[in-house]
Ligand binder design. Sequence first.
Ligand code: BGC
Length: 515
Amino acid sequence: MPELTLVDGSGVRRDFPAKLTWQVIVCTVIAACGGLMFGYDIGISGGVTGMDMFLEKFFPEVYVRKHQAKANNYCKFSSQLLQLFTSSLYLAAIVGCFIGSICCKKRGRKPTMQIASVFFLVGAILNAAALNIGMLIAGRLCLGAGIGFGNQAVPLFISEIAPARYRGGLNLCFQLLITIGILTANVVNYATSKLHPYGWRISLGGAACPALLLLLGSVMIVETPTSLIERGKNEEGLHTLKKIRGVDNVDKEYEEISQAVEFSRQIRHPFKNLWKRSSRPQLVCGALIQIFQQFTGISVVMLYAPVLFQTMGLGENASLMSALMTNTVKPIGTLFAIFVVDRFGRRALLIEAAIQMFISLGAIGVILAVHLHSTNVVAKHYAVLVIVLVCVFLAGFAWSWGPLGWLIPSEIFPIETRSAGFSVAVIMNFVFTFLVAQTFLTMLCHLRAGTFFLYCAMLAVMCLFAKYFLPETKGVPIDEMVERVWKQHWFWKRCYKDHDTGEGGLDKPKDNTIA
Ligand code: BGC
């Protein structure tokens, strides 16, 4: 496999000898099973909340309203309790992610992933066996904790083991498995929706499969060299670095990690340091990219796609079928991104996709505004057009804001604030997914098609953000971001002008720059 040659900002060629080894590929695929858990849950919740047998057992008033002939198209699924079922998971995920970030730093990335899979497993069992709404919500909380731990550890893990030149593509495997998880969940839902009255138990219990894959697979993976060195296991760190890079000459990279870790030891309170001026660029960009990921309107489309299709008058099966179709587009989109993200760069994908999603979401809004009134059913050809537009929207998301929402925050922070900073970004994802999930049905009920125009406006803002405020990070070694990316950026370099020194200051010593 090819050796890596890096070219720094000044055009000087520098070598970090490394091969893309099988070890790295296998570790990436196993860790990315964390994405499979996350995706399976997203797909299952959307489908199960559209199933009659599930609604009848746990949300009888929604069931009754859904079947009232004259129920309002935009309001028939609106129920605080039903929204709480979907979003309770995100509340637990926020807490899980915060604790997970401490665990990541103190115990390592690998045990954090293992804890994630155990939580998820317990949640799947509780949900499959649920006798009442209490058990259902308890299961959701465990699943949420699992997702919090997992989404914190997995992207960090992959970004740290990947050679710089392949980091983007490898990290995107996380999103690829999220989309495969969603697709699998749709297939399962489609099959179990016919199994009365317990199909939903199989759907929810199926979450145990990705959890087991991660748990059993994690026995085979290594800990990241950065995390080992950070916890004083230097020998093991060096040994692992040699193993995953497939070469003996890893001195430069080892030295760079050691220096970064050495500097990070002076930082006693990573969370406190995040609020310093010199952490601002990463914190703002990391958090914003995750918030923006949700403001694309993706959760609206994902969590409620089957509900949305039913609102448009497609039957229960037809809507599950179309959700299945639209979800096939996403893995293909992300697969495309895996091959181009380290070539075209992150920003080009983000800008192009924001425009594509703006157009498709706007068109959906117009069709709904003109053709979907309170109690009618939209003509078939318009319903089909909406499905096509949803596919265009999802393809854009799948090669941009979806995967890059995880990749960019995992690669922009220096080691001293990496775990804490990344957790803030991930928590933003959960908070905003929660807000969107909690408000969408109510918003749809009141704003109607206007909901979609609101997300269009956000997409315009995001496009400008990617163009002017987000620096390009492709190919830059993860521990050199401050020097080569942030200090060179037209806007963010101002955060490094005055010295942010003193106790807990974040500016690196001058000699830390590796020539
Ligand atoms: C997002 C989820 C979304 C999923 C869709 C993830 O990256 O965080 O909110 O539903 O992608 O593929």
